[in-house]
Design a binder for this molecule. Structure first.
Ligand code: C5P
Length: 234
């Protein structure tokens, strides 16, 4: 991806997503379609973005038995998304099945395999939340454990928070793609994000792509906001 900005289209319906995307398509690298938009508008929203030539990151965070996740990954690969997410806490066999489904389906279709990104520990969870689910590691320890399991499974990318990039870069293969939300341009509103980095800081720390929502989607001029973030990277 030449342009590392992925815009999170956290919007309620297809019409508003498509309207915004049209203004942003020349200044961003990809569009992230998440659970709200996908559930409201269905796979057609992905087809519309692909028909317009835009790259799509389908963020549905699959987590199920290996067979079911593999089938969902196959369906997403057929939709021709460029990236998608699964939960690494689904285990080694689930991740292996997901990666294999992406590779094999893409091969059948004669396309590059989409990047299956592993999500480790949700940033909304602290040590107490983890303990309630029976995990007695700190979030940082658990992120490290799951990230290494993801690398062992053959996944080629991970979603990680800005705070995790440096530590992960030390232990992961250098080819592992790190996609990072929690990005705030200098001087912008934090919203509910507590630990942020600027776009430049995140790239310098080793992120390959940045997921940015409200600083772009909530700007008076979203196109200018995205362009200014892009400029800040050079
Ligand atoms: O508006 P904002 O830039 O905070 O949007 C960030 C996007 O990244 C949202 O779609 C959010 O759900 C997602 N995300 C996040 N933190 C994570 C994982 C995903 O903010 N740890």
């Amino acid at each position: 991806m030449k342009n590392p900005i992925i815009v999170a289209l956290d919007l309620p319906d297809a019409a508003s997503a498509l309207r915004l995307a049209e203004r942003l398509t020349s200044v961003v690298g990809a569009f992230k379609i998440g659970k709200e938009l996908f559930t409201a508008s269905g796979p057609d929203i992905v087809r519309q973005f692909r028909a317009a030539g835009a790259s799509v990151f389908l963020d549905l965070k699959f987590h199920d038995i290996p067979h079911t996740v593999a089938k969902a990954v196959e369906a997403a690969t057929r939709l021709d998304v460029q990236m998608m997410t699964i939960h690494t806490s689904g285990g080694l066999a689930m991740m292996q099945a997901a990666e294999k489904a992406a590779q094999e389906t893409a091969r059948q279709l004669d396309r590059p395999a989409p990047l299956v990104l592993g999500v480790t520990v949700l940033t909304s969870m602290d040590a107490h939340d983890l303990a309630q689910t029976g995990v007695n590691a700190t979030p940082a320890e658990q992120v490290m454990l799951l990230a290494q399991l993801a690398a062992q499974s053959g996944l080629r990318g991970l979603v990680c928070s800005p705070q995790e990039i440096t530590a992960l870069r030390k232990v992961l293969p250098s080819t592992m793609q790190l996609v990072t939300p929690g990005i705030r341009p200098a001087g912008s509103e934090m919203g509910d994000q507590k630990r942020t980095l600027t776009p430049k800081e995140a790239i310098t720390a080793g992120a390959n792509a940045l997921v940015i929502g409200r600083p772009i989607t909530g700007a008076t001029n979203p196109q200018a906001a995205a362009q200014s973030i892009l400029d800040s990277l050079n």
